[in-house]
Design a protein around this ligand. Structure first.
Ligand SMILES: [Zn+2]
Length: 165
């Protein structure tokens, strides 16, 4: 139950209990203890209902407080991440790879897959191969960041893994 609804219910119950107490006093004044006793029982029920409503309100408020705490935490994490990302921009490299570039020192490229999907920043590692490939140490994505170079022997070394026939 929403706390506002519970409070409205509680107020109605409290009003009912208050008028019952007035009725009890009047019944005693008129010398009618039997009916007064009945009214006391009714008032007791109303007070008990009121306690139940207050417990509901307390539970709702606690859950709202927890939700609020969580939202604040998420918001501050989001702000911190966005501030961190301000130090990067998306670029196309010489090798036609699209990656993030750190705008400050040290200079490096960062993996866009990790940034977009995991909110993590991992500098791409130069594999020192003629194809100009860089590797993300976290997700193993490969990016062609440098143009291909054809140094003697270099091509053979890299293509030696391919065995045909
Ligand atoms: Zn990655």
């Amino acid at each position: 139950m929403e706390p506002v609804t519970a409070i409205t219910t509680g107020l109605a119950v409290a009003k009912g209990a208050t008028s019952l107490f007035k009725e009890i006093k009047d019944l005693f004044a008129m010398g009618n203890p039997e009916e007064a006793l009945g009214a006391i029982n009714q008032a007791e029920e109303k007070v008990s209902d009121l306690l139940g409503t207050l417990i509901t309100v307390q539970e709702s408020v606690l859950s709202i407080q927890e939700e609020n705490r969580q939202l604040k935490e998420n918001l501050s994490q989001k702000d911190a991440w966005e501030e961190r990302l301000l130090k990067y921009k998306m670029v196309e490299t010489e090798g036609k790879g699209i990656v993030y570039q750190h705008l400050d020192t040290p200079f490096y490229y960062a993996c866009p897959v990790c940034i977009e999907n995991k909110y993590e920043i991992h500098p791409l590692q130069d594999q020192k191969v003629f194809t100009g490939v860089y590797l993300c140490p976290a997700c193993n994505a490969k990016y062609n960041l440098k143009p291909k170079t054809t140094s003697p022997g270099g091509r053979k070394m890299v293509s030696s893994g391919l065995k045909r026939g």
